[in-house]
Write a protein that binds this ligand. Structure first.
Ligand code: 5GP
Length: 346
């Protein structure tokens, strides 16, 4: 046994130190970024926020709405071939720039996405997502996906440490998804005791990825717009959101009415609810590692997006970053033992 004594930090442990700035208004801040990818030789421009590949978040409806704002959706993996055909036949324009097709590493997974991509070669992004990105099997799957699709942008995860970011990039991934345990409906830390505070994970993984010319996605743990800004400030190239985008018209999940109030169901992809829905129950050798909750119905996702983008723009003006790209260079975090004043919070 060994203990690392350096305390790792989460979003709640820091705030941005304000800096002198020449920016007069939030409207001067540009939140778009352009990335060139390590293997696939593609270039992408957009607002680097992603809807999570959860069936209550990363839906086709969400993708259509977010693409209007140049925001990305990792579409969940439970759509059928026919549903993909239907969606892509109807969706016009450049939707392929703002969506990824997701996959696990199961036996039929590569065949399933190959069938969709062969029918729709304009699809550019593949998201290979497993709860634990540390297995050799996962690395092998990333390698074979890269061989099969040399010109696609491959997102792969999840991991939280620099050496595994490097291994996955060298295996053929372009962008690494970072986060174990921070998610709003995740119970991995409760069930397993495994995890890594998200801010430190971002800082360490971004450093490893950028050294090789790759990118990272901070995945999970953002509960408020300030957390999204902190993730970018720490060095995340993309920030993936689940809970913050749940509960909207465009989100999946059943609508629930109780005492005249509206809610939408939201659940982790490893929750008993998801496993019952998609694989006929929780297998007898495992525990569910996700929660099922109801979140207050929030209406159109557009309003939430404006709130998030407005918050990040404001962060940029506080530290003098005219472009989102400059935010991390202009970030000094101060460690804190307090966050907001909650005297009027219910
Ligand atoms: P959030 O933005 O809600 O804090 O986090 C979203 C992320 O939580 C997802 O992108 C995914 O990485 C993670 N996640 C989703 N469902 C589950 C689950 O059932 N268990 C665990 N451990 N993580 C989950």
């Amino acid at each position: 046994m060994r203990i690392e004594n350096e305390i790792k930090l989460g979003f709640k442990d820091v705030m941005f130190r304000p800096k002198r700035s020449t920016l007069k208004s939030r409207s001067q801040v540009n939140l778009e970024r352009t990335f060139k990818f390590m293997h696939s030789n593609n270039e992408w421009t957009g607002v680097p926020i992603m809807a999570a590949n959860m069936d209550t978040v990363g839906t086709f409806e969400m993708a259509l709405k977010l693409a209007e704002k140049k925001i990305f959706t990792a579409v969940h993996k439970h759509y059928s071939f026919e549903e993909w055909n239907d969606f892509l036949d109807k969706a016009s324009g450049d939707i392929e720039n703002y969506i990824a097709i997701s996959t696990g590493t199961g036996e039929n997974d590569l065949d399933r996405i190959t069938k969709v991509i062969d029918a729709h070669p304009k699809l550019k992004f593949i998201c290979i997502d497993v709860a634990n990105g540390y297995s050799e099997h996962f690395v092998a799957f990333v390698k074979s996906t890269r061989q099969r699709f040399p010109d696609k942008v491959i997102l792969a995860g999840n991991v939280v440490t620099g050496e595994m970011v490097e291994e996955l990039l060298l295996a053929g991934a372009d962008i690494i998804k970072v986060g174990i345990g921070p998610g709003s409906v995740c119970t991995t830390r409760v069930k397993t005791g495994v995890g890594y505070p998200q801010l430190s994970a971002i800082i360490e993984c971004a450093d490893a990825a950028h050294g090789l010319g790759g990118q990272i996605i901070s995945d999970g743990g953002c509960a408020i717009p300030g957390d999204v800004a902190k993730a970018f400030g720490a060095g995340a190239d993309f920030v993936m959101l689940g809970g913050m985008l749940a509960g909207h018209d465009e989100s999946g999940g059943e609508m629930i009415e109780e005492d005249g109030k509206k809610y939408k169901q939201f659940y982790g992809m490893s929750s008993a609810t998801a496993m019952e829905k998609h694989v006929g129950g929780v297998a007898n050798y495992r525990a569910s590692e996700g929660k099922t909750v109801k979140v207050a119905y929030k209406g159109a996702v557009e309003n939430t997006v404006q709130d998030i983008l407005g918050g990040v723009r404001s962060t940029c003006t506080y530290v003098g970053a005219q472009q989102l790209k400059e935010l991390t260079k202009r970030t000094t975090f101060i460690r804190v033992a307090e966050q907001e004043n909650r005297v009027y919070t219910q």
